[in-house]
Design a protein around this ligand. Structure first.
Ligand code: PMP
Length: 361
């Protein structure tokens, strides 16, 4: 692709970065897009109304730099104080600020060997060393492997729960053991997919000042296009994040995003309706894949991670693409033969299964 690998104009280290590569967003009609774990349903009507109203609210003025209304909505929703909430431009940005605020230390950051690949990208950007802990043979986070590590030897711990791209969740009891063992460092639990089937660690915040829970409105709230993420944690951790954020961008959330996010949390009924539809479709897709020779990991998310006993992951990816079905596959050790398939509408999922029937025939 004619990619430039270095330039005299670049700062030290820029040539050595390995930027995250997001799933593609092609503008192709009739594409069955199951590659980036978006919600297949549009945002709530109330959110769309709030966006229209926000557009009339004087966009010539800067937005509230604190996003106070949104902090209040999130605090109320989660039974916390405003000082326990931080918001950012997508949870990716919240993660970046957290890495900068808590993990730039002379010790490595612990994380699973197979997880959200942006963690390694941020670590490299900020000069953080990573220490990976292998998932167990069945691709699950085994917290015993973390408890066996000397807590004073690490800068912190990052775990996605449910994990990505595997989709498997661990229990709150396991998370609590990690929080206790690593009591003197920040433990970040990335809950991007938690609403689809895992238990949130947010109820442990009052007890563990080292716990930072990160969530997003991109998945269960159908707002990937607006870029809204947030973190919940002790005032100590939130203050650290605010210091970093205010040294980077005072206004990460625009007026439209702030208003839309408040409205999204106000429409609980629509949220539950979409979530329930995704969860029940996930079970339909899982059964259909199993019936066609796939092994499907137990998913607590809006996607499934599945491998076929006879076909290579990359071949299936390409064959599905030829049939206008987009999924994701990671050319990495242990998971190269898995497809990560986002759960779509019933019609999209049927198109996926029909394409697989054609491929496997
Ligand atoms: N964490 C995980 C585990 C994810 O899969 C994603 C989505 N790619 C994110 C965080 C970031 O989501 P967003 O920036 O849209 O909030």
């Amino acid at each position: 692709k004619g990619k430039r690998v270095e330039s005299v104009f670049w700062s030290d280290g820029v040539a050595g970065l390995h930027p995250y590569v997001p799933g593609e967003q092609p503008q192709i009609a009739n594409l069955v897009k199951l590659n980036t774990n978006e919600n297949p349903f549009p945002p709530s009507e109330q959110v769309l109304a709030a966006i229209a109203a926000a557009a009339q609210s004087g966009l010539q003025r800067y937005p509230d730099p604190q996003s106070a209304d949104l902090l209040q909505a999130l605090a109320t929703y989660h039974g916390l104080e405003n000082g326990n909430v931080f918001v950012g431009n997508g949870s990716d940005e919240v993660l970046a600020h957290a890495f900068r605020a808590f993990y730039v230390k002379q010790k490595p950051l612990l994380m699973p060997d197979i997880s959200y690949s942006f963690y390694g990208v941020y670590a490299a950007l900020f000069g953080i060393q990573c220490q990976t802990v292998a998932l167990s043979a069945n691709l699950v986070v085994d917290v015993n492997d973390y408890l066996a590590i000397d807590a004073s030897s690490v800068a912190g711990v990052v775990i996605a729960n449910p994990n990505a791209p595997t989709g498997v969740a661990i229990s709150l009891a396991d998370i609590e053991r990690v929080l206790q063992h690593f009591g003197n460092v920040a433990v970040l639990i990335d809950e991007a997919y938690v609403d689809f089937g895992a238990e949130s660690a947010c109820k442990l915040i009052a007890k563990y000042p080292n716990l930072l829970v990160v969530q997003t409105l991109s998945k269960s709230r159908s707002l990937a296009g607006l870029r809204i993420g947030f973190a919940l944690g002790s005032a100590e951790l939130i203050d650290g994040l605010v210091r970093v954020k205010d040294s980077f961008n005072s206004y990460p959330l625009d007026k439209i995003a702030q208003a839309a996010a408040v409205a999204a949390f106000a429409d609980q009924a629509y949220f539950e309706q979409c979530r329930d539809a995704v969860v029940s479709e996930r079970e339909v897709v899982t059964a259909a894949l199993q019936a066609r020779g796939f092994t499907v990991l137990p998913s607590a998310t809006n996607f499934v991670f599945a491998s076929h006993r006879e076909h290579k992951g990359r071949d299936l990816l390409a064959a599905l693409r030829e049939r206008a079905v987009l999924v994701r596959q990671f050319e990495k050790p242990r998971i190269a033969d898995f497809l990560r398939i986002s759960i779509g509408t019933a019609a999209q999922n049927q198109a996926l299964i029909a394409a697989l029937d054609d491929i496997l025939a």
